[in-house]
Design a protein around this ligand. Structure first.
Ligand code: FES
Ligand SMILES: [Fe+2]
Length: 324
């Protein structure tokens, strides 16, 4: 495991629930290869390595809630114990060493979450604020060849909307950003309202002046939401990023809305995928690859306050992966 005192105890999004069905799924969490599978007790995360001859367990199959290695058929249960070695003559006991490491794993908000070490932190506070009258969509994983904090910071960057997402999330003729502050609000950091003119903010092609509030919950979980006073429309978009290696990650998004029930999910998903491609082109090219936490290292404007608050928070928490 890549040592990161802040992130090793955090819950990381590893897959969408429906990705982990009959077959085991391989993911990388902070440099560790992890296999996800459905045991009889629910979804489990094990070290993706058979103790016998070092074959990834994710190459195997799931039989009756056990993970069967592809090489010699050893079977592992949800606790990582080897419970069957087909080559052993009847009556011989399975050596207690025959096991693989397990990680904390849980399923919530339609995602599977993994914590490599000590899950002292709570899962991102997503459901607490959003009741079940909302429609929800889960998106991702979107692989990005960039450090996870770069991807989060891009989401928090307001003044790129008019250029990277011209015609959709912004218009270069309306590029000015109103002054705003970032406050500590309970468990998170929250901005004042930021007003952005958006020609097509959610894929339905309806232009509007949106008032956004951004929140930072943890190093790799952030959100924006809008609650326009003039309508009952509510929109929340969470971004949670899985740090795979120092310079690669996968992004997941959770969208909650209480309007446009008749619009198929694909409209929103295709739109978000298109935005993500636009962001990827920029974020994957940014240098240095590791996000500089020294605020003297780059030039910041007032409109970049949110990014500055984010970098400060990473520094205070001691996040090392993807940062410099
Ligand atoms: S390598 Fe897995 S059973 Fe032999
Ligand atoms: Fe963007």
């Amino acid at each position: 495991m890549r040592f990161d005192p802040a992130l090793r105890d955090e819950w990381h999004p590893a897959a969408r629930s429906e990705q982990v069905a009959e077959k085991p799924v391989s993911v990388t969490v902070l440099g560790e290869s992890v296999v996800l599978f459905r045991s009889s007790e629910g979804v489990r995360a094990l070290r993706d390595l058979c103790i016998h001859r070092g074959v990834p367990l994710s190459l195997g199959t799931v039989r009756e809630g056990e993970l069967v290695c592809a090489y010699h058929g050893w079977r592992y249960d949800g606790e990582g114990r080897c419970v069957c070695i087909p080559a052993l003559p009847a009556g011989q006991t399975i050596p207690p060493k025959a096991r693989t490491e397990t990680y904390a794993c849980t399923e919530l908000y339609g995602l599977i979450w993994v914590c490599l070490f000590d899950p002292r932190t709570l899962l991102p506070p997503i459901a607490g604020r959003i009741d079940d009258t909302y429609l929800s969509i889960r998106m991702g994983p979107y692989p990005v060849k960039a450090a996870a904090p770069r991807v989060i910071e891009n989401f928090l960057d307001i003044s790129h909307l008019m250029f990277v997402h011209e015609g959709l999330l912004g218009d270069p003729a309306h590029a000015e950003i109103n002054d705003y502050a970032v406050h500590a609000a309970g468990e998170c950091l929250r901005t004042d309202e930021i007003i952005v003119y958006q020609p097509d903010p959610d894929g339905r092609g309806i232009g509007v002046h949106n008032r956004y509030i951004y929140e930072i919950f943890s190093p790799l979980c952030v959100k924006l939401f809008k609650q326009p006073a003039e309508t009952e429309e509510r929109f929340h978009l969470f971004l949670v990023v899985l740090p795979e290696t120092e310079t690669t990650c996968s992004a997941f998004m959770l969208q909650y809305r209480n309007y446009a029930a008749d619009v198929p999910d694909e409209v929103f998903i295709d739109f978000q995928s298109r935005l993500l491609e636009q962001d990827k082109r920029i974020v994957e090219a940014q240098r240095p690859e590791l996000l500089p936490l020294d605020l003297q290292a780059e030039l910041h404007l007032r409109c970049d306050r949110l990014s500055m608050a984010y970098r400060r928070m990473l520094r205070e928490r001691g996040v090392t992966i993807g940062t410099a």
